[in-house]
Design a protein around this ligand. Structure first.
Ligand code: ATP
Ligand code: MG
Length: 393
């Protein structure tokens, strides 16, 4: 029976003190991910490796699935632990491991890869390879040796106990969340922004989010959809503070005073400005959007220039060079697609002009915004003050 998972992680760039922080963050995230899974799990750091130990019955598939949401994990190896480390017993356990994982009926090739961190063990690794390989050939005659391209690398690690594994289930890669500060995601109900959040979170960035709605023009269900999307992203990123901002009065003011073809751009600029206020409050180091060059009128190169001009924080736009289909593929993979395509109105679509500018000029946009001077500061302040914060996990 599998009694532990050996957790593999990419080690590039995590030398010295960074390594220790990286590992501790990873341990914390693994513990969090396994909280909801049936079973007793103990996460430990031993001699530069991370193990998850299971005591008694547990949900194997649930555990693997949970570990596959933890950024920083490159591979998950299910391990069988042998307590009686006498050679004859290790041989017996290895043969039964092979029978279970590579059952008779198909021919498999293998090699034994033994390691002996326990230097007191009477055989060295070369001797172990030979002896254990022989035991497998004898006990499982359908297995053939191939030292170059084997189907199975039977890894046998001799420590105080003996660890056997041969399978590495891929993890999500990336860096553990919490190892790279936090950022504020502009989360709408669309396909793109949840994917953008996922991608930045994958680099170890903790997420908070802001959603702009426009009641009564947008419904409670549209808001619930965004909460649901935040929940899906939080499976990977951990807890998200979602700030729900009432944007109605700002949108109406823009609609009333500014040229209609500039509406979307001006609106986007106010979203960025307000998102920065929440970023400052939450200690975020950047904003994140789901923008991609040329996807819609508000994302042409000129439009992005105008939107970006109001930002002082860096804006992470991980989808900037993605085609729509590439974004859809990620959204299917992470499980947000089905929720994203639910047909609820979005606050951007209600006030959109028939012919929005596609080549806005910054000076012109800024001039139009001056028409809001009398009212806008108070409206922005009110939007910030009345925002509802939902803790999503
Ligand atoms: P998405 O699919 O994420 O909704 P989109 O293709 O609809 O993106 P836009 O509406 O132009 O594109 O928005 C671009 C980006 O601006 C979004 O990816 C998101 O980061 C942010 N954004 C748009 N609308 C909102 C909103 N109502 N609340 C919060 N952020 C928003
Ligand atoms: Mg949108």
């Amino acid at each position: 029976m599998v009694q532990a998972f050996l957790i593999k992680y990419a080690e590039i760039g995590i030398k010295g003190k960074n390594r220790y922080l990286f590992e501790n963050t990873l341990v914390r995230q693994i513990t969090r991910a396994l909280r909801e899974v049936d079973g007793e799990f103990r996460v430990s750091k031993e001699m530069g490796r991370i193990y998850v130990h299971m005591d008694g019955e547990y949900d194997y598939d649930g555990a693997v699935e949970a570990l596959q949401t933890v950024f920083g994990i490159s591979g998950i190896c299910p391990v069988v632990i042998v307590e009686n480390i006498e050679l004859d017993n290790v041989k017996k356990e290895l043969v039964s491991y092979v029978k279970q994982n590579y059952p008779e009926g198909k021919e498999y090739t293998f090699k034994v890869f033994a390691r002996r961190p326990n230097k007191k063990y009477p055989l060295d690794s070369m001797e172990l390879n030979a002896t254990l390989g022989e035991a497998v050939l004898y006990g499982c005659p359908w297995m053939k040796v191939d030292v170059h391209h084997p189907d199975a690398i039977l890894t046998v690690e001799v420590r105080d106990l003996v660890y056997i594994y041969s399978v590495e289930i891929p993890g999500p890669g990336g860096m553990p969340v919490g190892s790279n500060g936090s950022a504020m995601l502009l989360l709408s109900g669309g396909i793109d922004s949840p994917v953008a959040g996922y991608m930045i979170s994958k680099r170890g960035v903790q997420l908070d989010a802001v959603y702009f709605h426009a009641p009564p023009y947008t419904s409670e269900r549209a808001k619930q959809k965004v909460v649901d999307l935040a929940k899906i992203v939080s499976r990977y990123s951990g807890q998200i503070r979602l700030h729900v901002v009432n944007f109605t009065d700002i949108q109406l003011a823009i609609y009333e005073k500014c040229p209609h073809e500039e509406l979307t751009i001006i609106m986007r600029r106010y979203m960025m400005r307000i998102a920065e206020k929440f970023a400052e409050r939450d200690g975020s180091l950047a904003l994140i959007t789901g923008e991609s060059i040329g996807q819609v009128a508000s994302q042409t190169a000129q439009s992005l220039l105008c939107t970006n001009a109001v930002c002082t924080l860096p804006v992470y736009r991980p989808l900037i060079g993605f085609d729509k289909q590439e974004i859809v593929d990620v959204s299917v993979k992470i499980g947000s697609y089905d929720t994203s395509i639910l047909p609820f109105e979005d606050c951007c679509t209600i006030f959109v002009a028939k012919h929005p500018v596609t080549h806005p000029i910054l000076k012109v946009i800024e001039r139009s915004e001056h028409k809001l001077d009398d009212v806008i500061d108070a409206l922005v302040q009110e939007a910030v003050d009345t925002a509802e914060t939902i803790i999503v996990e």
